[in-house]
Design a protein around this ligand. Sequence first.
Ligand code: PLP
Length: 257
Amino acid sequence: MKPNVLTVAGSDSGGGAGIQADLKTMLALGVHGMSVVTAVTAQNSLGVQGAWELPAEAVRAQYRSVVDDIGVQAVKTGMLASAELVETVAELLAGTDAPAVVDPVGISKHGDSLLADSALDAVRKKLLPVATVATPNLDEVAQLTGVRVETEEQLREAAAAVLAYGPRWVLIKGGHLSGDAVDLLSDGTEEHWLRAPRYDNRHTHGTGCTLASAIAAHLAMGRSVPEAVTAAKEYVTGAIAGGFALGGGIGPVDHGW
Ligand code: PLP
């Protein structure tokens, strides 16, 4: 039987990020993908033209429908839009044994806000503590902890600052630093440095969603956190290498390579 993996995230009408990226990643990795939609965005390669969040009741009902009947072996969270939805999802995750990969989505590559500033405290105090793995990029680290990373060595400080909020593991994505794409996975005692060559490709829309979904898929297949993150990084590196032009702006990574 295929493992069941659930994404709790926003819809990207352009199909490159969000729920659409998550489900394509899950299909590519051979697990059964399911979705709880938290928000709908009107979005394309140029940016986010509009965003509407769903009522907390609708998020809770979708989650219950999936979990109570089908069951989940891993959950991934993405765009949660508001403090109320962050708190709702954190509460739901607290009630499950399935590992949770939390991508603390803040701002898109185009600079569009996908999370209200008033939700940051709920992310720190409610969502991060229930995460098996949190996957912030450097902008999200700065937003959540105030730590600004400019060198590889500072990735350690960033990891410690996020781990202080209680996730079991943190993967700090250092992709915005110059040189190789370097990420640091840490649980406070074990450290894993993950390196991949940098591809000179501007079509990287959906990278973060794809990585977090791939980690969840590999966890659902029974891999340990370091194994799942290593396999997911390989998958996303291939997806970035295959990123392609779409519309007039930033195209998506290639999920189906
Ligand atoms: N849209 C939605 C619904 C998302 O969840 C995300 C990222 O998590 C994005 C857009 C941003 O994608 P990117 O920053 O890769 O362009």
